[in-house]
Design a protein around this ligand. Structure first.
Ligand code: BGC
Length: 379
């Protein structure tokens, strides 16, 4: 009889625990366990899920689709409702509208990868009025004090690694040259460009100054080297112009290297170097990139791009989700850089993930072994 009542007690306990959803590794951000400041006007209660607005700049570049997918998946795993929006193909008014909808739609926190770092003033004001915290994602939002935190990669390190790759590949410390190089960066409205281009030029400039590197076009300013929208067709068109103006080609003017701040820009450069100038893998200029896009990895395997930078977007999403959790609980998120990113209203506390240079020698370990891509995707 005693045994029977003990069994009954155990059964009752097990059932009541299951009904509460208790114990099953539920995380701090899970609905129902969140008792903290929620941001926005909606009260946190055990029935309503906290809602995270995620605003991505474009559907047309591979990385933002990955970023959006990773964020949505990881946030949903934590029990959040996610309103994920892509602003068409870098359409600023659409991004503004989508953010306004997220704010009126009751999002408790916003995660924003800005198209133009300076054009989100109005929705940022609205977020601030409603006390909705904003986390700038990958790209810092400038001149707004609504931005609470910034999660990104170390963007200066990206540029420095691209510059250093060219220095090493051409042996600029020991060879006399002169080596010819042309310079490409991304959208001038993207704050990251200052860090990518600035980082790369801090490494390359001394070699330009001592004459070992030459930029035959003379185009060395950010404004001259930028690529609106990080657009592949635009970088292709500029490279085609440089080829015809300078006579670059395997049997024409020697082109030793092209600095490109990312892969979508590098793909346009490759198209021009192959299609217009007639370069092949045997004489291809050293070309840099960033993101490890599938298209660029395929070029790398064919000898038509020397390097890229691996930015594991799963890691960035993970770090951002931690920030979301902390902010929604009224805690201070972990940051690791509180000096480099001033958005014009002061330093924005940042968490910077580590970018890793990727070449034919380590791509398997970085991309395939880590499950980022299947080998078959790169064929
Ligand atoms: C990102 C890069 C990306 C570029 C174009 C930058 O802000 O940091 O990873 O290649 O935008 O989308």
């Amino acid at each position: 009889m005693k045994k029977l009542s003990l069994l009954a007690l155990v059964i009752v306990l097990v059932f009541s625990m299951a009904a509460c959803g208790g114990g099953s590794g539920s995380d701090s951000g899970d609905q129902g366990t969140n008792t903290a400041q929620t941001g926005g006007d909606e009260p946190a209660n055990s029935d309503a899920k906290l809602k995270v607005g995620v605003s991505m700049p474009t559907k047309s570049l591979q990385r933002w689709n990955q970023d959006g997918d990773n964020l949505k998946k990881q946030l949903e795993e934590k029990g959040y409702e996610v309103d994920l929006q892509y602003a068409g193909d870098n359409e600023i008014p659409m991004q503004v509208q989508q953010l306004e909808n997220m704010i009126t739609g009751g999002c408790n926190v916003l995660v924003v990868a800005a198209i133009d770092s300076n054009q989100l003033g109005s929705p940022m004001e609205q977020a601030k009025e409603k006390k909705i915290p904003v986390i700038a994602y990958d790209r810092l939002i400038m001149n707004s004090d609504a931005v609470s935190y910034y999660a990104s990669f170390d963007n200066t390190k990206v540029g420095e690694a691209q510059g250093q790759f060219i220095v090493d590949a051409l042996k600029l410390d020991t060879e006399k040259g002169p080596f010819n190089i042309e310079l490409f960066t991304g959208d001038p409205a993207d704050n990251n460009v200052n860090f990518f281009f600035g980082g790369a030029m801090s490494v390359l400039q001394p070699y330009i100054d001592n004459g070992v590197l030459k930029v035959p076009s003379g185009q060395t300013e950010k404004a001259q080297c930028s690529t609106e929208g990080w657009n592949t067709e635009k970088s292709q068109a500029r490279m085609e112009n440089l080829i015809s103006a300078q006579g670059y080609g395997p049997s024409g003017t020697k082109l030793d290297a092209v600095l490109s701040s990312n892969d979508s820009v590098a793909q346009g450069i490759t198209n021009a170097l192959v299609g217009t100038a007639g370069y092949t893998k045997d004489d291809f200029p050293i070309l840099t990139g960033q993101d490890c896009d599938v298209a660029s990895m395929k070029n790398m395997l064919k000898g038509l791009q020397a390097m890229s930078i691996f930015k594991d977007t799963r890691q960035l999403a993970e770090q951002t989700v931690k920030m979301v959790d902390a902010v929604l609980q009224g805690n201070t998120p972990e940051t690791n850089n509180n000096e480099d990113y001033d958005n014009g209203t002061g330093i924005i506390p940042s968490y910077l993930c580590d970018p890793i240079p990727c070449t034919i020698d380590n791509y398997k370990e970085l991309l395939i072994d880590s499950g980022y891509y299947q080998e078959s995707e790169l064929q």
